[in-house]
Design a binder for this molecule. Structure first.
Ligand code: FEO
Length: 386
């Protein structure tokens, strides 16, 4: 696949991975993208996951058409991209490895060598001339690891964006970009909004026509849409005025209250609503929804003088990713000594710019007329504040 006349795609689709990075479900697989810039000098842009060594080397060999690569640019040392550095060096021993200083020290820990003889260390603003194409390197620490760099090819106006603008899903699946890109972003990079904002600021000075990420499709059109979404996500701005209800239910009574609240909200005209049973849903989808919408309702039971474990895990995921700038409401259920709301609220204590909805619903075992009325009040307050 040609990205431009000089830039070829040599990545692979992984349809077998059960959990990406050990935790994210990828029902439509994942792509490990690698590119080749063919000029007077030839640069390989990143490698792929270890399981795809032979397929990748064969694609590289075909695209090289008898030539030998001069450079391997390593934007990110995480093994989904860097696992085949050694196999490339073994096959092409004259190749120079171009990467950040931090990346070379990581190579030492991953491979037992930092390729001292082949190193070309680059930092902020450094350039590498290939002929017509010159790559300019931009540091992007913590997007998603500390050693990350991105590069800009001023000839074809391509940003090689590392994990930035990545997406779950193999390239041969036809699906909406934003949904799986959002789940990817919030899950993997969500904690590092400030660092993504810093990278977007640097990128805004470049004339970018194509974005080549390390996962997901190459972006060639309507780039302001993708960059706009990244700006929204990384600034922790709710993407849409809407409601996520995240709940757990032991015997179905909390679920009944949640479904009743959902019904009431819909009757009041709310269209943007996501309801997630945290014991059964994909946790990363529920976390994504919480960041997507402006209002979050948490509903759970008191359990062992604490809260139900899936809710604890969910709130931990939110906190890990700097959940902030949202409205939050609580529904608790307890047959004796209910403490769930108190605990959920205390877990969110460190979250910034959270406004709590005044109406809090307490269910004693099952909905009754009093807690149903409270649900009415909660629905009204949610809608009034949207
Ligand atoms: Fe795609 Fe952070 O590795």
């Amino acid at each position: 696949m040609n990205i431009t006349s000089d830039v070829k795609y040599i990545g692979v689709n992984d349809r077998k991975k059960d959990l990406f990075e050990g935790q994210y479900r990828v029902p439509n697989g994942i792509a490990y993208n690698s590119y080749l810039i063919i000029d007077e000098k030839i640069a390989v842009m990143d490698t792929v996951d270890a399981d795809f060594k032979d397929e990748w080397l064969a694609k590289l060999d075909f695209a090289l058409d008898g030539r030998v690569p001069d450079y391997l640019v390593v934007h990110h040392m995480e093994p989904d991209h860097s696992a085949n550095i050694v196999s490339l060096v073994n096959k092409y021993p004259t190749v120079k490895i171009v990467s950040s200083a931090k990346s070379f020290s990581m190579m030492k820990s991953f491979f037992g060598t930092d390729f001292k003889e082949s190193q070309l260390v680059v930092g902020e603003g450094d350039t590498l001339c290939l002929g017509k194409h010159t790559l300019k390197f931009i540091t992007a620490p913590m997007v998603h690891w500390p050693e990350v760099i991105v590069s800009y090819d001023s000839c074809d106006k391509i940003l090689f964006s590392a994990d930035g603008f990545g997406k779950f899903g193999a390239l041969d699946c036809d699906e909406d970009w934003a949904c799986e890109a959002r789940r990817y972003y919030i899950g993997i990079v969500g904690k590092y909004g400030a660092q993504v904002q810093a990278l977007l600021k640097k990128a805004s000075t470049l004339d970018i026509k194509i974005i080549c990420p390390l996962h997901g499709p190459v972006l060639k059109e309507n780039l302001s849409y993708y960059i706009g979404l990244y700006n929204t996500w990384s600034s922790y701005t709710p993407e849409e005025r809407g409601v996520t209800i995240a709940y757990t239910s032991v015997y179905g009574n909390t679920k009944k209250a949640v479904l009743l609240l959902e019904k009431k909200l819909k009757e009041m005209g709310l269209e943007k609503i996501a309801v997630n049973d945290l014991a059964r849903c994909d946790m990363a989808e529920a976390v994504e929804d919480a960041f997507r919408y402006s209002t979050l309702v948490l509903a759970t039971t008191t359990y062992n003088a604490d809260i139900f474990p899936f809710m604890r895990e969910f709130i931990n995921h939110l906190n890990e990713r700097n959940f902030k700038n949202r409205r939050v409401a609580f529904i608790e259920n307890g047959s004796w000594a209910p403490v769930a709301t108190k605990i959920m609220r205390s877990m969110l204590e460190g979250a910034k710019d959270i406004s709590y909805i005044g109406t809090s619903v307490r269910i004693c075992s099952a909905l009754d007329s009093s807690s149903s009325l409270k649900l009415d009040a909660l629905a009204r307050e949610i809608i009034d504040g949207l």
